[in-house]
Design a protein around this ligand. Structure first.
Ligand SMILES: *Cc1c(COP(=O)(O)O)cnc(C)c1O
Length: 360
């Protein structure tokens, strides 16, 4: 068996310990005589799996009691519609457009009401986070929406926007569990798990209880009401059962490492290796303003498309996979999520140094 260093933006690298444990439990989950993939989601065994996953997540993120944790499907993209359908009581919301995912959410919300872009960084290819300290937020806006870590562009909010008393909704798909957060500052904090937590197919929505109501937009399908899933503890219908089981293992892995403060420290160390190199390199250059750099997604370029392609090809041959940047930015992107070992980042930086020497 040989594993590569996988810098994919998502689905992405998972902790080896978790994969090994899942492999060991594949044929016979703890004496049940079956795989978790084969068992009823209504069984006692599975009930323990999903309840423990929720309890561990609550513990890790210090989630207050007046928040529900929902394990849903449909990807982060389905939340782009579900959020306005459930929250847009006044048919108005404020969106901060910091990349493609925020823009998609903003466009989707326009189907349901007046979605106002109150700030954007599109003028400079989303390479920074706009100043959000004093935005012109409509009084009657139902919520303010952000994408907290911009997976494609590699920017991250270092301070949350001043919402002027409005509910904050955040897509944290690509920074989920990368550092401690104060959940109480959000109305909804959600993300697809396939970036920084588990396998594709699960979306985790953490939502303040008072936002879960029957009062949704007319025509909202049963499956797209938060209340449906909250009332049934995420078991209204068959949940993405195996994916939740893997997420639960990742939560335990994080707890064993010391929780979110410990993982933040590791993530900072890892990101520093790459950013320090980019800052001193004469060939490679980071594409994001320093203050807004993400700890998770690190885009960089040489400035020459042919050289970029050569780098990606040689890196792949050397065991560094998925370094090609998103087509809208070009160049390269190294996604260095929680499960990417520090060694992988050190070796990538060394490889880049060597490439620079050979291509000076
Ligand atoms: C990947 C990603 C999405 C889309 O996720 P899907 O699960 O494919 O719908 C949305 N937001 C962010 C920040 C992402 O990184």
């Amino acid at each position: 068996m040989s594993r590569v260093y996988n810098f994919s933006a998502g689905p992405a690298v998972l902790p080896e310990e978790v994969l090994r444990e899942a492999a060991e439990e594949m044929m016979d989950y703890r004496g049940s005589g079956m795989s978790v993939m084969e068992m009823s989601h209504r069984s006692k065994v599975y009930d323990t799996i999903i309840k423990e996953a929720e309890a561990d997540l609550r513990d890790l993120m210090n989630i207050p009691d007046n928040y529900k944790v929902l394990f849903l499907q449909g990807g982060a993209s389905q939340q782009f519609a579900m959020i306005p359908m459930n929250l847009m009581k006044n048919r108005k919301a404020a969106y901060i457009v910091t990349g493609q995912w925020a823009k998609k959410a903003w466009k989707e919300a326009q189907i349901y009401g007046d979605a106002v872009a109150v700030a954007s960084s599109e003028d400079k290819t989303f390479s920074y986070i706009p100043d959000c300290s004093d935005l012109d937020i409509p009084e009657d806006a139902d919520y303010v929406y952000i994408c907290e870590n911009n997976t494609i562009y590699g920017t991250k909010y270092k301070t949350l926007p001043n919402t002027k008393g409005h509910i904050l909704v955040a897509d944290v798909s690509s920074c989920f569990l990368s550092e401690p957060v104060d959940v109480s500052r959000y109305g909804i904090i959600y993300g697809g798990v396939q970036k920084n937590i588990g396998p594709a197919g699960v979306v985790i929505v953490i939502i303040r209880e008072d936002l879960i109501t029957e009062d949704t937009l007319p025509g909202t399908p049963t499956m797209l009401k938060y209340k449906t899933h909250a009332d049934a503890d995420s078991l209204y219908n068959t949940p993405p059962a195996y994916g939740i089981y893997i997420c639960g293992k990742v939560f335990k892995w994080l707890k064993n490492l010391g929780g979110l403060s410990a993982i933040k420290e590791r993530n900072e160390e890892k990101a520093k290796i790459l950013y320090d190199f980019l800052d001193e390199s004469k060939l490679f250059k980071g594409t994001v303003v320093k203050e807004d750099r993400s700890l998770m997604n690190v885009p960089f370029v040489t400035g020459d498309a042919d050289l970029d392609a050569k780098f990606v090809a040689e890196a792949k041959a050397a065991g560094f996979e998925n370094l090609k940047g998103h087509r809208s930015v070009g160049g390269m992107r190294a996604s260095i999520y929680n499960a990417m070992p520090k060694e992988g980042v050190e070796k990538l930086a060394a490889f880049m140094r060597e490439f620079e020497k050979n291509n000076a």
